[in-house]
Design a protein around this ligand. Structure first.
Ligand code: BEZ
Length: 211
């Protein structure tokens, strides 16, 4: 499988998970998906990561996003490890974890990077939109845990980008003002959006769009 690029259709798959067999596209439905891989069960960084994702349950739901974890370990290991994750992180793992023993999902999404040590997956994240397109990817090495606040922030940015002719500036957070796309003139922006500020002819801010 060639490397997935932004805008590509996210490959569909069926897989055994801790919540039963799923068909990815059906499971995702018409919402967003956060598909993320980790190297192995019963390992320290992964335990903190999956715990953090569990603790953010309401935040994913608030963004109409479902999360799906992937590793190449077996289903029995996943089920046993879930208890540790809950004990350590304080939140039950209610999202499915794929038991990717045959590495089908890892290969489809290019999650195994042989230069990173072994044949387990690295720490990949794919944000997949309601139309099934890959909208954002992140790849972290096995030694560095991800920042899931950043994953939420990126999801917010994509959703605002989709809500109008808006981009989001560096370090933007939900509720902050947005950048008006260059396709809209300042004159039109002043008519259509609130609190428009022209900092440069090519950099115009507007108030955060309301849902
Ligand atoms: C960890 O989760 O700590 C870990 C897993 C695999 C390789 C390196 C670190």
């Amino acid at each position: 499988m060639a490397t997935l690029r932004l805008g590509d259709t996210a490959p569909d798959f069926t897989a055994e998970t801790t919540e039963g067999e799923i068909s990815f596209r059906d499971w995702k439905g018409d919402g967003w998906a956060v598909l993320f891989s980790h190297p192995a069960d019963f390992t320290p960084v992964c335990t903190t990561e999956l715990g953090r994702v569990a603790a953010l349950k309401d935040e994913w739901a608030d963004r109409n996003a479902k999360v799906l974890a992937v590793s190449v370990d077996a289903i029995d290991d996943h089920q046993a490890w879930k208890k540790d994750i809950e004990e350590v992180g304080g939140s039950a793992v209610t999202y499915p974890i794929v038991a990717d023993k045959d590495r089908k999902v890892a290969e489809l999404y290019d999650m195994i990077h042989p230069g990173e040590g072994d044949t387990s997956s690295v720490r990949s994240v794919f944000l997949i939109d309601p139309k099934g397109k890959v909208r954002l990817t992140l790849t972290y090495p096995k030694s560095a845990g991800r920042n899931f606040d950043e994953v939420l922030r990126a999801l917010d940015a994509l959703q605002v980008n989709d809500s109008g002719p808006f981009s989001t500036p560096a370090d933007w957070k939900r509720g902050e003002r947005v950048i008006v796309a260059p396709t809209v003139s300042t004159e039109d922006a002043l008519e259509k959006f609130k609190d428009v500020e022209e900092v440069k002819p090519y950099l115009r801010y507007a108030a955060a769009p309301t849902a």
